[in-house]
Design a protein around this ligand. Structure first.
Ligand SMILES: O=P(O)(O)OC[C@H]1O[C@H](OP(=O)(O)OP(=O)(O)O)[C@H](O)[C@@H]1O
Ligand SMILES: [Mg+2]
Length: 179
């Protein structure tokens, strides 16, 4: 796997430090609100697991699986719900946990769905933000790292379902997906 990585952007330690900082901030900001924390599968599964361990207030969590990239490094533009939530968002303070915001299509679709289901508030925490690729006007409330316009993998992020188990985040060598 390592041989397919062009450059490591953030080490395991740098990611852990950032996640801790985000968890502390969220613990403060969501005090008394019993948030429903939603993990956007599959990419956010590691971030979610690490983040909730750093949040010290009561919360509930749930999972939603959506997909739009499939076997490609470009969004298909069609966001599909593969697994829906079990817990109702109606009247709840919702915190969406995402690994990355790229085009913004996934999140704008999700926010729209949750608004129509009458969530009381919707907040987004994303570990990585790639603003150069945005096609919709959208910003996260809590952002970990701003990254360059490159396809990245690791720490939950995949290319064609691979590399999710790398403990760091790196840029995938273009020759891995360009043939
Ligand atoms: O801002 P966008 O351009 O919509 O890209 C971001 C989304 O794309 C990835 O999910 P993907 O569809 O690859 O599913 P996965 O999480 O199962 O890998 C990633 O995990 C985000 O959810
Ligand atoms: Mg993916």
């Amino acid at each position: 796997m390592q041989k397919d990585i062009q450059e490591i952007l953030y080490s395991e330690q740098e990611i852990q430090d950032k996640v801790k900082e985000m968890g502390q901030q969220l613990s403060h900001d969501f005090e008394g609100r019993n948030p429903l924390v939603i993990c956007v599968l599959k990419g956010a599964f590691i971030f979610m697991a690490d983040l909730v361990k750093q949040i010290t207030i009561p919360l509930e969590l749930d999972f939603m699986a959506v997909s739009s990239y499939g076997q490609s490094t470009k969004s298909t533009g069609v966001v599909k719900i593969i697994k829906d939530l079990d817990i109702s968002v109606e009247g709840r303070h919702v915190l969406i946990v995402e690994d990355i915001i790229d085009s913004g299509l996934t999140l704008s679709y999700l926010i729209d769905v949750l608004e129509r289901r009458n969530a009381l508030s919707i907040t987004v925490a994303a570990l990585f933000d790639k603003p150069a690729r945005r096609t919709v006007d959208l910003d996260a409330d809590y952002k970990g790292f701003i990254i360059p316009d490159a396809f990245v993998v690791g720490y939950g992020l995949d290319y064609a379902e691979k590399y999710r188990n790398l403990p760091y985040v790196g840029i995938l060598k273009p020759e891995v997906y360009s043939h």
